[in-house]
Design a protein around this ligand. Structure first.
Ligand code: SAJ
Length: 444
């Protein structure tokens, strides 16, 4: 009896090997767009699918909305027929492979919001026709690939290795990192079956420099959460050490630099105003949530989340100290927050601690301004637009306190130091010996 699954796999393998396979990427953000461009550059005909019609239009006009992807790259891919964007999921019927790069945020209860994944799974069930290789990239809790996708496909009468092949392959994009871009970052792949992994290995192997095959989708899902929970916990650890140094009159920054001279067994993390971004504040909570279903309460994750989420309040305490030296209180003081982006030299404000600090100061009726060379505006918690001074400098002397929250490389820190009346320095730009500089764990 002809093994239909073997035949199906071989047919799909040949399409992928010869680059005849029609490949799709669902979600054209900081993960999906770079991946789509790498697939197109390696010779595949790529269809980008996104629910945002504005993104679709601008991409088809050859414009990139992602800092790490130059518009020329998009323009070339569109012009040579290697890339086309659409918001019509009907195109899934013609695809042989698709990567899913949709958001996996938290809801207001700090629990996983899998609505984008579920929406995508439904679209796949509705439209997939050819035997199709599906690769999930969005960071999520162990079990998602099987529970949200495989079980749904089987319930709809689709059979693995006949109608679909399914893998989890976590995204590892680090926005703004010039050294490690999509192509050069090792890619973990966990297939539902060996055949699924083999097809994924063929597709991604021709596009990315290094693949890391693991035994299951759950292992791949868990590896990503381990990576980022490791970061969250270590950032929380050093934030707490900063507050401990503050209490003991020691300088955390000098302490870390000394410890970092150890050539093994130590990895420096640095105190900050809190933890922003699309990964580190969220990923551990996906793991924490899933662990509870196995009656496992991960205390490290809970403690780290509490410490990191409290840092904005510690920053406001420090601003209060700085203002007090001039007989000012938070009420009506003029405070400049420097850096809306959650980390240096990018324009992403998601989960940025600056937004939390802005809200706390707003509750204290402080006169707040925000400066950031990469950001023009953001929305406050009432969804109102907050204009940002999009510049490297301003009249720093006009403020009672200037708060350095993000260490953008283009900012004029010399002028900031000279002109500012008081400075709360959350990024160790200035030495603590100046009377006007206030730092958490600054040793003063
Ligand atoms: N932060 C600190 N102290 C530190 C490191 C970071 O306070 O020592 C803060 C940052 O200011 C930021 C937040 O934590 O607000 C997150 O910073 P991040 O350096 O982790 O940057 P992300 O959120 O862009 O994380 C990404 C992650 N990449 C992926 O998930 C694919 C992470 O795994 C990377 O390790 C990280 O980039 C990186 O190394 O830049």
């Amino acid at each position: 009896m002809i093994d239909i699954t073997h035949k199906t796999k071989e047919l799909l393998m040949r399409k992928i090997k010869t680059k005849q396979a029609k490949v799709g990427v669902i979600g054209l953000g900081y993960v999906g767009l770079p991946l789509a461009m790498e697939l197109a550059a390696s010779g595949y005909e790529v269809t980008g699918i996104d629910i945002d019609p504005q993104k679709v239009t601008s991409l088809n006009d050859g414009e990139s909305h992602i800092l790490d992807v130059r518009s020329e790259i998009v323009c070339d891919a569109v012009r040579n027929g290697r890339f086309e964007a659409t918001n019509d999921f009907y195109v899934l019927k013609d695809l042989d492979a698709v990567s899913v790069c949709v958001p996996t945020p938290l809801n207001e209860n700090q629990e996983p919001d899998i609505s984008f994944m579920t929406f995508t799974a439904e679209k796949l069930v509705k439209h997939m026709q050819n035997p199709i290789l599906i690769l999930l990239e969005s960071t999520t809790y162990p079990g998602t690939t099987r529970e949200l996708f495989a079980d749904r496909f089987e319930a709809a009468g689709k059979r693995v290795k006949e109608d679909y092949f399914l893998c989890f392959s976590p995204e590892r994009v680090d926005p703004g990192n010039a050294k490690f871009q999509t192509k050069s970052i090792p890619k973990v792949i966990g297939g539902l079956t060996t055949e699924c992994s083999e097809l994924a290995e063929q597709l991604y192997g021709s596009v990315l420099d290094q693949l890391v095959l693991v035994s299951s989708p759950e292992t791949a899902e868990m590896s990503k959460l381990l990576e980022n929970t490791f970061r969250s916990i270590n950032i929380a650890f050093v934030n707490e050490m900063a507050m401990m140094c503050e209490r003991m009159g020691l300088d955390i920054w000098e302490t870390i630099d000394a410890a970092a001279t150890k050539p093994f067994g130590f990895m420096p993390f640095y105190p900050g105003p809190g933890v922003g971004g699309h990964c580190i504040p969220l990923d551990p909570m996906y793991l924490h949530w899933k662990g509870k279903q196995s009656k496992f309460f991960n205390k490290f994750i809970e403690t780290a989340q509490e410490i990191n989420m409290n840092m904005p309040y510690r920053v406001v305490d420090k601003i209060r100290d700085a203002l007090n030296t001039h007989g000012k209180s938070l009420k009506e003081a003029k405070v400049l927050l420097v850096g809306a982006g959650y980390k240096a030299d990018i324009n992403d404000v998601r989960e940025s601690p600056t937004l939390d600090i802005y809200e706390i100061l707003r509750e204290n009726q402080t006169n707040i301004a925000v400066l950031d060379p990469f950001v023009a505006q953001f929305k406050d918690k009432d969804k109102q637009i907050v204009p940002v001074i999009q510049s490297e400098r301003c009249d720093f002397a006009a403020y009672d306190c200037v708060v350095v929250l993000t260490k953008h490389s283009t900012l004029d820190y010399e002028q900031l130091f000279v002109e500012s009346k008081t400075i709360v320095d959350m990024r160790n730009l200035y030495k603590a010996d100046s009377q006007k500089v206030f730092k958490i764990g600054g040793g003063k």
